[in-house]
Write a protein that binds this ligand. Structure first.
Ligand SMILES: [Zn+2]
Length: 326
């Protein structure tokens, strides 16, 4: 649940999300108007324990979460959806759950559920948007040509993948504003329009505008606030589409993270200090393993992407010696 405060801390939307410590469970549900079973997420509850939640700030702390979410498109079975929900919380799109009956699994009815089907639709839409934004921001016309074809002044976006295909026809003949923003034959301008359609659809459904008090508790200001986690991720996608943001994938855990252009250090390849330390330990353990097979320090250095002096330093450390802590 969002705790939409009546006070905003700055220009950026100030909202947090609650992630239950016991996580979620997969349950089977049946809609009242259907005789088909489907998978859904429900919060795990334990009568013996008080309900505890972790408080997260997705917009502030994980600005690349929308990209990690879009990665689920390639592997969007319910187990991966569950793992994402356990880590970041569910989407908060529980509308209509009263029309669903849990027929297998706990908790028992009536409990809010989120249909896996809803997740897959959202993941698919986000993936379309993310791929378009990436291609636009890197001027990747070769990729865009696979999805966009021009027919005179009109462009057609057509893309199929396992969980969702989409066709958009952009016909400037009927839309004055399209004539203003699209140049015939130009892949990037057409891709921007399609990305805009996906993102605006997400923003329409999952964000709201609110008048909030500023930090001084006196002045009122207009803010955009996400209604749920999905809304927060659509705001992130919109910010990425504006440009000027760089994202990288952590070399240790594969999670995406944002790199502020002015802070972008070329050697920053991990999402957190924790991952940097884990990767360091992995390289060190690998060096010891290769050494035990008789490999020379210079060859080990090449194999693990380090330098020979560092590797020699590591190998001089006796096993069992007190380990460094981050
Ligand atoms: Zn990481």
């Amino acid at each position: 649940m969002w705790y939409n405060r009546s006070v905003a801390s700055d220009d950026l939307i100030y909202t947090h999300w609650h992630v239950p410590e016991l996580g979620y469970a997969l349950v089977k549900v049946r809609r009242t108007d259907s005789d088909l079973d489907e998978w859904a997420l429900a919060e795990t509850l334990d009568r013996e324990k008080p309900r505890r939640v972790r408080v997260t700030h997705p917009l502030r702390d994980t600005p690349a979460l929308f990209k990690t979410f879009s990665d689920l498109a390639g592997r969007s079975d319910q187990e991966n959806v569950l793992a994402f929900a356990d880590r970041y919380g569910w989407l908060g799109v529980t509308e209509g759950y009263l029309d669903c009956r849990i027929i297998e699994g706990t908790p028992k009815n009536p409990a809010p559920v989120e249909l896996i089907h809803t997740w897959l639709d959202a993941i698919s839409d986000m993936r379309h948007a993310v791929d378009l934004i990436d291609a636009v921001n890197s001027d990747d016309c070769r990729t865009l040509k696979q999805w966009i074809t021009w027919h005179g002044a009109a462009a057609v976006y057509q893309r199929k993948f396992k969980w969702g295909s989409h066709i958009y026809r952009l016909e400037p003949e009927f839309d004055q504003w399209l004539r203003d923003v699209m140049k015939s034959g130009d892949m990037v301008s057409a891709a921007k329009v399609v990305a805009q359609k996906f993102i605006n659809q997400g923003l329409n459904r999952h964000t709201a505008t609110r008048l909030l008090f500023g930090d001084n508790r006196e002045a009122l200001r207009l803010h955009v606030v996400p209604k749920n986690l999905l809304g927060a991720m659509w705001i992130q996608a919109a910010q990425a589409a504006e440009g000027g943001r760089a994202f990288r994938r952590c070399e240790n855990c594969a999670t995406w993270y944002a790199v502020a252009p002015e802070l972008a250090r070329s050697d920053r390849i991990y999402c957190s200090r924790n991952c940097r330390f884990k990767a360091y330990r992995k390289r060190k353990d690998e060096a010891h393993r290769l050494r035990s097979k008789g490999m020379a320090p210079s060859a080990i250095a090449r194999a693990i992407g380090s330098d020979a002096a560092t590797v020699r330093g590591w190998l001089a450390i006796e096993p069992g010696r007190k380990r460094a802590r981050s």
